[in-house]
Design a protein around this ligand. Sequence first.
Ligand code: ADP
Length: 471
Amino acid sequence: MEIIHVSAECYPVAKAGGLGDVVGALPKYQCKAGDIAKVVMPMYRTKFLYDNEWEVDFKGSSNLGNWHFDYTVIKEKTNKLGFDLYLIDINGLLDRQKIYGYNDDAERFTAFQIAVVNWLSNWEHRPDIVHCHDHHTALIPFMMQFCYDYQFLGSIPTVLTIHNGQYQGWMGWDKSIFIPRWDLWKRGMLDWEGNINPLASGVKCAGKVTTVSMSYLDELRVNANGLEKLFEYERGKCVGILNGIDNEVWDPQTDPYLEHHFDIQNVTVGKQKNKAALCARFGLNPEKPLFAFIGRLVGEKAADVLPDAIRTAIHHTQGNASFLILGSGETAVEWEFQQMTGIHSGVFNAVIGYDEKLSHHIYAGADFLLMPSRVEPCGLNQMYAMRYGTVPVVRSTGGLKDTVVDMGDFEGFGIRFDHASIADIDYSVGRAVSVYQDKTHMEWMRKHMMQIDHSWERTVDEYKAVYQSLK
Ligand code: ADP
């Protein structure tokens, strides 16, 4: 089977969150399983671009409304990621430092999608599946069926995976001129409540829709940022498939970012060494339980509640727990954390920014990982934490619910709570501090969760079943 993944992110080329991790790993494991998986994404100005060798695969041109643009498809020469990687260069539009966050993101990603279908229409053969990821690529199923120039691609089955349904890529109908000549009778396939909604369009037009956990699929029917009814209506074509993690990248025995490697046998000592280094760097006491948070500082992750919750927990534990934050996002939250670094120095520290290497150190050195997320489609952090013997302390939602079993339940190894509130977080920190005193229990939990199989090998078969159902 030949599968083309179309995505805005792919680790290690460009990553802003879990989407990048998934698109960097799933195709690799699909290739290992004997299929041909390829990735096509925008060509941003990233380090990966300059550090690697490329060959030109195709040159073409198309239109975005009245604007005629040329595009170039380049291919990484050495297959170093374990799959063929193609980047689309549209001069002035995609070749920027950041992935998202520009005023013309609607134009950028629409042009990218047009270039993808235009490129595909020039192939001498047809792939078996076009697999789109999130709203940035969700207009492709529409384009392949209802744009006159590309309708002949309509027989290729399409799959849309929703990594985050909160972001939908809305645009006003004035932007409809960007979409290549399309069948105006199909307006309803683009529209949701008076706007063009790319994610809704993808859900309507794709052959199958997958979400990155089973619980998230259920939750979308009641909380989907306005698309609840659509998910209810289309539930027959939706499947929940839990993400895997790349066990080759995330392995505490071989992780090149770590100075002190460890495995399941020496997890207690290995984590102690990593924790000592981390605490020395951030002025924290390694004797105290260390709680970490890694992620985007946004409402979805309940980052707004964290400063008060941590202050309360510092008060209630009488300074007998330490907290370390790595993340960036809303300015007000960033500012609060920066203030707290001074006020609570010795028990609190925060790094505002994105730091891949530090994130690996934290997974290896922390005792507990806090994830009070309001919405968590799958969540990879808790799975990385488990692989590195760090106990997840999570809100019961989405993928967190599907992967973490509370230590009060049979064979439980984590801590779960119901509300993204100060009280629930504070109470859960209290439970964690208590269990931390019980070294035998901690070691059992660490070893138990390190054995859990979250590998992609398991997940690849589930995607294959979805593809085959479309043949
Ligand atoms: P998201 O909703 O952000 O996609 P996920 O849990 O699916 O959340 O994936 C988050 C990924 O991004 C993880 O690999 C996590 O380690 C990484 N990450 C998030 N914020 C940062 C940061 N500030 N520095 C380093 N890595 C980060």
